[in-house]
Design a protein around this ligand. Structure first.
Ligand code: FPP
Length: 236
């Protein structure tokens, strides 16, 4: 896209509205997730084309385990299928995939697919695709606090060493810059336990478009919205 003056380094998206989109067309919720994978593909292309360096997608929240078991299983199957189908393309496009979230609650099959895509794409230099799987921001912060407390208890660091930077470095996102721009589709205006620490200065955008309809033009439009915002970081 031409004439975009300010491109965010890091865009993070809460992909919402798959189920509602499907239901509104008389389809099963699962079909919304399938079309949602196409939106993932489209947004990766648009992010790359625009020079965005990090794209984070909220793919499965800790709370999503509470959905009916059939839907959880269908989502897990879809993740595995998508990994198999997309890995070569991602490598070709220079996309590096990294996961944030817990890893201990997935089946061995799902975990091995997720780890496979991380190692296969590790050399990608154009875009880092951060997939939040079994992710909860409060759980992430709690884990970070425990790890810092353990380091203090073992004498590795002093209480005075705990600062914003050491907390950031103890999160799943340690090596990832904070998001500049957070998008949530479907018109819901909540963060829902997503990147709460990292979102401190992010611009937010809540388009009413359902995720299955959020394709390249919608991504480009979102970047125009971002470019029109003035960020002051608490200063005048
Ligand atoms: C939210 O819609 C979407 C999800 C919980 C799953 C997101 C998953 C995908 C888009 C599939 C593939 C992703 C990757 C990374 C391969 P919802 O079900 O909450 O919709 P609703 O609010 O309308 O019910």
């Amino acid at each position: 896209m031409e004439n975009i003056e300010r491109i965010p380094t890091h865009v993070a998206i809460i992909m919402d509205g798959n189920g509602r989109w499907a239901k509104s067309l008389g389809k099963e919720r699962y079909e919304g997730h399938i079309e949602g994978v196409d939106s993932v593909r489209e947004c990766i292309k648009a992010a790359r084309r625009n020079g965005v360096k990090y794209l984070t997608l909220y793919a499965f929240s800790t709370e999503n385990w509470g959905r009916p078991v059939e839907e959880v299983n269908a989502l897990m199957e879809l993740f595995c299928k998508s990994v198999m189908a997309e890995t070569d393309q991602l490598v070709e496009q220079g996309v590096r995939v990294v996961m944030i979230g817990r890893r201990d609650r997935f089946s061995d099959k799902v975990r091995s697919h997720l780890e496979k895509i991380e190692s296969a794409t590790a050399a990608g230099e154009h875009l880092t695709l951060v997939l939040a799987f079994d992710y909860s921001s409060r759980e992430e912060i709690t884990t970070a606090v425990k790890s810092l407390a353990n380091r203090v208890a073992s004498g590795e660091i002093a209480v005075e060493d705990i600062c914003e930077q050491s907390i950031s470095q103890s999160l799943y996102t340690a090596d990832i810059p904070d998001p500049d721009f957070i998008i949530r589709t479907s018109g819901e205006c909540r963060l829902s336990n997503f990147l709460l620490w990292q979102a401190s200065y992010a611009e937010m955008y809540f388009p009413t478009t359902m995720w299955p309809e959020f394709k390249q033009e919608e991504f480009d439009k979102a970047l125009e919205v971002y470019a029109s915002r003035e960020r002051r970081y608490g200063k005048l």
